[in-house]
Design a protein around this ligand. Structure first.
Ligand SMILES: [Zn+2]
Length: 212
């Protein structure tokens, strides 16, 4: 169930709405990537919790395994519609007799990872203690966390030193974590789905999404 790489399984599916979906989101090109990040799994727990979440996705029928070029890729399962906000998706997805499915794969990412919503401007950091937002935070902390798994910086308002993973970010831009479930070119995942996913994991999650 390892990552299948960046190459996407184009041509595997007969019915695919990627292009319509991208146009609708105004992206034109690129991949619409949504990632449900487990905020609580430690580096040591990554494989276990990644496997737990992955089994839940399979057991609930949200994803299915599909052979592809000698490997296995994971695509929308029989219940994928229950994971997404169909109302906001392409109208053809709801048309009778038409059976589209998300065209992109789902991947499990484990290990120390700086998850990003997308290639956008740097966000503001929001202190978990006082709620103050600052755009003037040290980018070096991101590099330090990526290198060592530990970094912190002090809030300019309440002066507390806060570990990097404990900050929140405008537009849920960052997550510094060890397990992520990445959906490429799926319809927007619903809040009910991410809530249920968090309950299945028994951990807090953060939902990141953006077009790359
Ligand atoms: Zn503060």
């Amino acid at each position: 169930m390892g990552p299948v790489g960046r190459e996407r399984p184009k041509g595997l599916l007969v019915t695919c709405l990627c292009s319509a979906q991208r146009t609708k989101w105004g992206a034109g090109v690129g991949v619409y990537r949504q990632t449900v990040v487990d905020l609580d799994a430690t580096e040591e727990q990554a494989e276990e919790w990644g496997g737990r979440g992955w089994r839940w996705l399979l057991d609930e029928g949200f994803i299915r395994a599909e052979p592809w070029r000698g490997d296995v890729v994971h695509l929308g399962g029989p219940n994928w519609r229950e994971a997404v906000d169909l109302a906001a998706w392409d109208w053809r997805a709801r048309a009778e007799g038409f059976d589209p499915e998300p065209c992109g794969a789902v991947e499990l990412i484990t290990g120390r990872t700086v998850f990003l919503a997308g290639p956008y401007d740097p966000p503001s950091a929001i202190c978990p203690h006082c709620g103050n937002a600052t755009a003037d935070w040290p980018m070096a902390a991101v590099d330090a966390w990526h290198s060592t798994g530990a970094a912190a910086f002090s809030c300019r308002t309440c002066a507390r030193e806060v570990p990097l993973p404990d900050w929140t970010w405008t537009d849920d831009y960052f997550a510094f974590a060890h397990v992520g479930f990445q959906f490429e070119d799926w319809p927007r995942l619903s809040p009910a789905f991410t809530t249920a996913f968090a309950e299945a994991l028994g951990h807090r999650v953060r939902f990141l999404h953006g077009t790359w």
